[in-house]
Design a protein around this ligand. Sequence first.
Ligand code: SF4
Length: 508
Amino acid sequence: MKATRSIPEGHSDNPPKLYSYPKYWAECFGTAPFLPMSKQEMEEMGWDSCDIIIVTADAYVDHPSFGMAVVGRLLEAQGFRVGIISQPEWESADAFTQLGRPNLFFGITGGNMDSLINRYTADLRLRSDDAYTPDAEPGKRPDRSVIVYSQRCREAYYDTPIVIGGIEASLRRIAQYDYWSDKVRRSILVDSNADILLFGNAERALAELAHQISNGKTIEEFWDMRGAALIKNETPDQWTEIDSTRIDWPSKIDKISNPYDFHNKQSVDKPNEDRPSPLKIIPLPLQRKADFDSKLSYIRLPSFNKVVNDAALYAHASRVLHQEANPYNGKVLVQKHGTQDVWVNPPPIPLETDEMDWVFDLPYQRKPHPSYGNARIPAYDMIKTSVNIMRGCFGGCTFCSITEHEGRIIQSRSEDSVIREIEKIRDQVPGFTGTISDLGGPTANMYKLNCKSPTIQKSCKRLSCVYPTICKHLNTDHSPTTKLYRRARAVPGVNVSPSHLDCDTTWL
Ligand code: SF4
């Protein structure tokens, strides 16, 4: 008899293991050789429909360095039937109906790179090639792919839930400066009209979302799910607002206390008592003194209208976003856009090593989909003999997206898992010459480096573990990296190039 499906809560500090969910009934169809990109492939699998359809602006390469493959294989391993619509013609909704209506939702991504970075140079010139397209052909994706694809999916199937994610959506979760138009733009949730945005590494949120939707839950019920942002116009009961809509709060200046008077107790300032509001509202600078349940509180950022017109307030909102990036102590952020509130939950809990291993052990073909024939996909050529060993970065550099997307806590794979992948590359990748091009990741020289104390890490609010000084709590022992390299070099038939600092191209 099949076990009853009981879905554990996905938004606590102790989420269920990724591989612990009871499988969806469609697991009986088995594992697809490649995730279907056509009705014919669906029929060959015996499917009458897809449960989830992923729409991506990249060519489908079934490799763990490509976001649609990681997400697709992850959902397939949960038992769902996953189809891929890759680089669809976006002038009409026709291409978005090619696999039929998904039973659960559309998952939309702009691909491994933001679509504007992919299409334009820093001088705003149109690029002549696209590394994520067969034969590097340019023009196969629209500007702001996430917005365009969402609108077309909405046209195709009006009431099917739309989930957006990937680096393009993740970095645009609140009002953000857009270099390409030289403007501050609204949250992509508002512009795309999507139902929910999953930011950062989204495996946990996706598994939870798919299982719960299949159990009849609606998207609105995920308003408190970690790693998710959505439009929310009502504040839940009992919550406290921490008001951070301004930089300085003019307030009563505390009387300077007599240092010899040990009985002089300062009272907590309550400047908002006069404000008629059903909410308890506390100005940000007073939150440490106030008495409230921090788990039931959110920070209100300056509204979109304010940050558009005020660079200092924009910088303030951005600073608060970064300060609340620790999944263990980050708060919900709320930003008003016109009459709507964009509600951004705390980041996802990082994957444990066994979960990282599970994700990388999924049955990837490590090749582009056969429909591309012999076409060359430059991004695949670059990555096909490269192994991703970790995620995240504790550097916190202000110009970089890694911390904002993947977080400051390093998530590493085990040595055994990396070695297994090297052996698969050696045995499966066509044309493998014996050289693993790198054992990398966004910041590969941080492999297995983290805060020495998990307790301190959970309460830490620093933006960087290495600036302005290297934190005394940081473990800086590189021996796990050198040990891994030595072990990889000992694999028969394999050489390993030195690792290097990669840019982050991981979709999730
Ligand atoms: S205490 Fe130091 S090492 Fe630990 S997370 Fe904070 S900054 Fe990083």
